[in-house]
Design a protein around this ligand. Sequence first.
Ligand code: ADP
Ligand code: ASP
Ligand code: MG
Length: 408
Amino acid sequence: MARIVMKFGGTSVADLDRIRTVAGRVKREVEAGNQVAVVVSAMAGATNQLVRWCQDLSPLHDAREYDTVVATGEQVTIGLLAIALQAVGVEARSWQGWQVPILTDSAHGKARVEGIDGSELVRRMEAGQVPVVAGFQGVEPERNRVTTLGRGGSDLSAVALAAALKADRCDIYTDVDGIYTTDPRIVPRARKLERVSYEEMLELASVGAKVLQTRSVELAMKQRVRVQVLSSFEDKPGSLVVDEDEIVEQPLVSGIAYSRDDAKVTLRRVPDRPGVAARVFDALAGANVNVDMIVQNVGADGTTDMTFTVGKADLARAQDVLGRVREELGYEALLADPEVAKISVVGIGMRSHAGVATTMFRALAEKGINIQVISTSEIKVSVLVGAEYTELAVRALHTAYGLDGPAG
Ligand code: ADP
Ligand code: ASP
Ligand code: MG
């Protein structure tokens, strides 16, 4: 007997037929003698619609009310899945975040999980009941209000629940059958990875591979939760996220990711003197705008150009706050370009091998793709390119690093 957390994403619960299929899968695990807790997302597209409604009413809406609205998607699916389970003879009960409770901090829209009291769920599971828990949501105890964990946050709900319940496994069911060398929807020759290390998965997720949400991988790594990604439509083995030393063969590059969620900002002709960069990034941090890649050119006439990326969702705020310090900083112009993509290659093998970046730059040059910004970390190289080159760049790099699987 094992204790398992099964998480189903939006496409897996997109309609009633799929919810019935999910109920069937859960039933099988229960009949195999396992204790099961389920976490579900909202139906595919539902959260996007809820977010749009908030934005259309007011672009700078109250974050607490945003959470009130967007958390509702998951309330629908937990109830429906509980009904579907009961209909096939599985004892089940739905749980919203506050009912468990899943306690978070009060950073609405991107709250952090601070603790889960799993005792009642465990009692129910031991008595043969299946708790169906709403992903993506929690409650902050200070004002007793509903919070959400950031987009894709149901993965985090599942991992956090698995840790709290001391589950043997956390199975993430989705619309692909595992973690691939890159997004299989862009590169049909992407290969499925049987195992991927926490470190690599964390880096891949943080640069855009949305198959697992970044914080969920971070938590799994910290709490040593065994995460498996597998298909909710097909019966086949998925991919395991494991410790580095469980991976026998470590290729130089294990994956390629892309993100179109960033925008490029350039400050033209900033005075080239100490303290200017500190002032720019201070102002952005003060407005809660995260900065990712940064480049600064060598100054010529006492001024320099400074380029960096921010999340697209934060671009308006970044422009606003930098506009307000323009006189103080004395830069000539602010240029904003949202039509960019960040392409990253990730691999633990990079720690001990040089030349990874060169291969990347050469492969992109051969396709005539101009690199706008570069950034690196111990196991990653990222470049910023024009958004129109996203697919071309990902495919070219996938081939250049020898990751292509058999055609077809
Ligand atoms: P869910 O709704 O189940 O949470 P997501 O859409 O959040 O599903 O994540 C699954 C998607 O992640 C896949 O459909 C795929 O397009 C994308 N993806 C991006 N990179 C990868 C990768 N390296 N391996 C597998 N899927 C990836
Ligand atoms: N429904 C939420 C979203 O779309 C959470 C999730 O699916 O993981 O972001
Ligand atoms: Mg997801």
